[in-house]
Every structure is written in structure tokens, then in C-alpha cells.
Design a protein around this ligand. Sequence first.
Ligand SMILES: C[S@@+](CC[C@H](N)C(=O)[O-])C[C@H]1O[C@@H](n2cnc3c(N)ncnc32)[C@H](O)[C@@H]1O
Length: 282
Amino acid sequence: MNYRHAYHAGNHADVLKHAVLARLIEHMKKKDKPFRVIDAHAGIGLYDLGGVEAGKTGEWEGGVTKLAEPFSAEIEALLAPYRAVIAAINPDGALRYYPGSPELSLRLMRANDRLIANELHPQDAIALEQQYLHDPRCDVISMDAETCLKAKLPPAERRGVILVDPPYEVKTEPERTVRMLEQGVRRFAQGVFVVWYPMKADATAETVLAGAKDIGLPGTLKVEMRVREAFSGGGLAGSGLIILNSPWKLDEELKLLVPALAARLGLGSWGQADVSWLNRPT
Ligand SMILES: C[S@@+](CC[C@H](N)C(=O)[O-])C[C@H]1O[C@@H](n2cnc3c(N)ncnc32)[C@H](O)[C@@H]1O
């Protein structure tokens, strides 16, 4: 396992993933009944943008840094929960820390909602454990994501968000991601599954999208943001999320939010967004 998210925290893909995750959690909170977030690839939770790893790539400068200027009032209303978390962890106003998905979930969840944060990398799992040792709402575990989902689905609350955010380091990871989704949906058909995928000059996105569509759940939403041209060896040109059992009207919000993010984060005229149904809701 070579991938460490500390090198990439706050980049354009994190901005998309976390702004959408924040909206999703806001939707879950519309009902009083508690829910559970299962973060199958959690990372370390909180990232120091002044740290050695982030400093080596500077990726956040093409991501969260570009959000400094406000958007229109309509977009700011949609971004508010994400911005609130960033503000809470940077109380003096300067951007130093960036929230990973567990931090974002915990800061937006209520007292009786729960998080299972799973991380396989031994060092990152220890960092994650230390970060949330004192939060009784959070259970940190360290196992392979596929095993984690088999063990933890369905959640006792019967309401939940499952984040599948693999690093795609291994060639077979797109197929494995689809398999995780299929198995997850079999165990917890009403769960809101969120799957991240990279947009590069390869077939990863295509494989994950086709597999997710074939699962056939109504209400399967594709959310993509491209920031530059994809070419061989050119790395991450954008990223996407697939949301299974997408909450009612989340699509309408994202059809406003994601084009605004793409216009801001995209290089030149490359910023493009696509929010569309893989399978329409019934
Ligand atoms: C993209 S990062 C996660 C970022 C995090 N979800 C966030 O948004 O802040 C992917 C993480 O998955 C971990 N990982 C890689 N393979 C895994 C596996 N098979 N099971 C669980 N975690 C894995 C990596 O160590 C890495 O921390």
C-alpha cells in the first residue's frame, strides 16, 4: 500500500467529494431517526496543509484554495455545511487544516448518529484512531474495505451512508469496487452508497459507471467534475461520484453546485460538470 491521502488532501477531487458528502449528510438529517456513516476508506481524518506531505505536491492550491472568493448567494447556501467545517477547524481564519471524510461526517452528524471509520494502512489507522479516540460517536476499525462492508452492513439504524473511496492503486480495483457495491446493496438495499472514481486517460471511470448502472437501483446519480484534459500519463483530470439511492432533490442541488465548482476549479475552459441519472428514480 503506497497511497497516502496526506499528499492529496484538499485537491479538486476532495472538494467535489466533500462538498457533496456534506450535502448528503444534511439530507440525512432531515429525518429525526439516527443514521450511520460507514467510511470504508477513511484516511486519517484531519490533514495539515502545512505538513511535509501536502507541501510536496501543493495539490490543495488547485482545490480548496480556489474557494477563497465567495460564489453567488445560492451556491454559498449549498456550500455552507462544507465551509462551516473548514471554518471550525481553522478558527483563526487562515486555511491550515483540511477535513477528511471522517472529520466532515462527525462535525455534521448529530449526537445520536454514528460513524464507522475504516482504514487499512497501519500507520494511517493509528493516526485515525488517535484522532477520534474521545468521540463516542465514532468507531475506528482497520480491515480491508470489502471485509468491513460485509461485517458492518446492514447498520442497526437501518439508515446509512456508505462511502467507498479507494485509491485505485491496483489494476483490478475498478472491478473490486463494483463487487463491493453489489455485495453492499445485497446486504443493505436502502443504503445511500457513495462511490468515488478518478477521471483519467484509462477505463476506470467507464468500468465503475457501467458496474454501478448494472446494479439497477432506481435513483442512481452520476456526479462528475472535470478540471483539465485527460491524456496518457497526465494524472487526474477530474473525478466522479456515483450515489445509489440518492436522496430526494439532491440532484437538483448538485446541478447548481457542481457546475459552479467546475467553473472555478477548471483550468481555462476545461471546467465541466455532469450531474445526470444512471438509473432514474421511480
Ligand atoms: C482516497 S483515500 C481516502 C480519503 C478519505 N475518504 C477522505 O475523503 O478524506 C483512500 C484510503 O483508503 C485506504 N485503503 C487502501 N486500500 C484499502 C483497503 N483495501 N481497505 C481499506 N482501506 C484501504 C488508503 O490507505 C487511503 O487512506
